[in-house]
Design a protein around this ligand. Structure first.
Ligand code: TYD
Ligand code: MG
Length: 467
């Protein structure tokens, strides 16, 4: 056998080097590179030793049209969870569930396994982090102590696969967490990229051969990446992240990748003292405790997948005592904030160069939609001018660099949700002129075309209120 040259792999992102370095060039992590043995290259895994056959097997190629069956699924019965998976766990699929420590991953999975077990499915919960007694304690706290879940505290993948392969294959198996698993086929220590990869590979093979849906729990690093094996993300069928901050009660389940369903749907939960509660109307939750008279807040009518979601965007613009004013943003893209500020300065006539600017999406939600531009701009203008926005109005629209307000998708759903929650007005882009026959809008929309209209509208309101 050829002598293997040592290989070094970054434990954070999986990049491979042929010598040790202090800093990973791929992910900028310090001290993350570790020598790996057992495989010459952790990115490709153990080298196959099967002798190659002289001739390949000939397989039939198929056309695009033809009969194809829907993937069979097992719904959990937890509506917010099923929404994210696309209607239930697909048989034989593997889901990677990432999230900060303490966010509630184990709680969610315990509730999901108990729900399935109570429906009569065989489910297994393998914890590599907690002892059986601890898992039991959590189940009891959740009121699920009687659910027929098969429980074990194990970390060896070969043992787990052998145990689960006995008898009827489980409908769902939880591996909590993939970082604690180790396989005998790889020599490195548990938690290293090679181990995590090797373990994930074995568990994925188990899922595909038995039809068991497997959920791998993955830890997340400070910057939100699933720690260790970003490579695992490519191997699994779905990557789902569980988000929220520990200072708030609500948690959001979001599919980042999904081979069997949508990636833009979110599930909303609330952490209570008896576990996670489904939140079927998140807008109400995100708008609760709103200060109606305060300047600097605007309600954004957003969309998460097919579901409209109303959230409050808060801005604080204050004179700066620093040479370079501060720009801080929570729950939104900082570069989008810079763009909105630039557009407000260039086309809205606002002077923000000497002001600190803070922007916050209330409730700990993270917004990625460009449609939030207009709501953010409205909150900023309102804070700078000190005049509050009408409390019964929602805002949405994308801001172009020219200052033009551009139409966004699903206008009707946004307006309907706003009307449902008691809003009576909307400041939004003028509907596209090429729309054949605009449907009747559920509330009074004030279409605006340019950012100057927005600034003028808020200024006029201020004059009225001071007159
Ligand atoms: P856990 O599911 O253990 O988090 P993870 O597996 O993601 O690390 O949840 C831990 C937190 O959830 C812990 O801080 C306590 C809180 N919690 C509740 O508030 N209510 C509950 O019913 C349970 C079980 C946990
Ligand atoms: Mg846990």
């Amino acid at each position: 056998m050829a002598k293997r040259s040592p290989s070094f792999a970054c434990q954070n992102c999986g990049a491979v080097y042929n010598r040790w370095k202090g800093k990973c060039e791929a992910c900028d992590g310090w001290n993350t590179i570790v020598e790996e043995t057992g495989s010459s290259n952790p990115m490709v895994g153990p080298v196959a030793t099967r002798p190659s056959r002289a001739k390949g097997r000939i397989f039939p190629l198929e056309g695009l049209s033809g009969e194809s069956k829907e993937a069979p699924r097992t719904p959990s019965g937890i509506a917010e969870l099923d929404r994210v998976t696309g209607g239930g766990f697909v048989h034989g699929s593997v889901i990677l569930l990432g999230g900060d420590p303490g966010i509630g991953k184990s709680t969610l999975l315990m509730q999901a396994t108990a729900a399935l077990a109570n429906q009569g499915h065989r489910v297994a919960y393998i914890s590599g982090e907690e002892a059986v007694a601890q898992v039991r304690l959590r189940a009891e706290r959740l009121g699920l102590g009687q659910a027929p879940v098969e429980l074990a505290s194990e970390t060896n993948v070969e043992d787990i696969v052998a145990t689960l392969s006995q008898g009827r294959p489980p409908a769902l198996a939880i591996i909590d967490s993939i970082q604690t698993m180790w396989t005998e086929t790889v020599e490195s220590a548990p938690g290293t990229v090679t181990q995590v990869r090797g373990s994930a590979q074995s568990l994925i093979r188990f899922a595909k051969t038995t039809g068991t849906a497997v959920i791998l729990v993955g830890h997340v690093t400070k910057d939100g990446q699933i720690a260790g094996p970003r490579v695992v993300e490519h191997m699994v069928d779905a990557v789902v992240s569980f988000e929220g901050d520990t200072g708030h009660h609500f948690r959001i389940l979001r599919a980042v990748k999904n081979r069997f369903g949508p990636t833009d749907e979110i599930g909303v939960f609330e952490m209570s003292d008896i576990g996670l509660r489904e939140v079927s109307n998140p807008s109400e939750l995100f708008l609760s405790g709103r200060d109606l008279a305060a300047p600097g807040t605007a309600v954004f009518a957003g969309m998460e997948g097919t579901r409209p979601l109303l959230v409050e965007i808060q801005a604080l613009v204050a004179p700066s005592s620093l040479g370079t004013p501060r720009r801080a943003v929570v729950g939104w893209d900082p570069s989008r904030l810079s763009m909105v500020l630039a557009v407000l300065e260039a086309h809205g006539g606002l002077k923000l160069g000497m002001h600190d600017v803070y922007l916050n999406v209330a409730g700990g939600l993270r917004i990625t939609e460009p449609a939030a531009d207009l709501a953010a701009a409205a909150a900023l203008v309102s804070s700078l001018s000190g005049s509050s926005l009408p409390p019964d109005t929602v805002y949405f629209g994308e801001l172009g660099l020219s200052g033009a307000i551009r139409p966004v998708a699903q206008e009707q759903s946004r307006l309907k949700e706003a009307a449902k929650l008691g809003f009576s007005g909307a400041v939004s882009p003028a509907s596209r002129a090429d729309k054949p026959n605009p449907e009747r809008l559920p509330l009074a929309a004030s279409p605006i075309q340019h950012v100057t209209d927005l600034v003028a509208g808020i200024a006029a309101r201020r004059k009225r209120s001071t007159a």
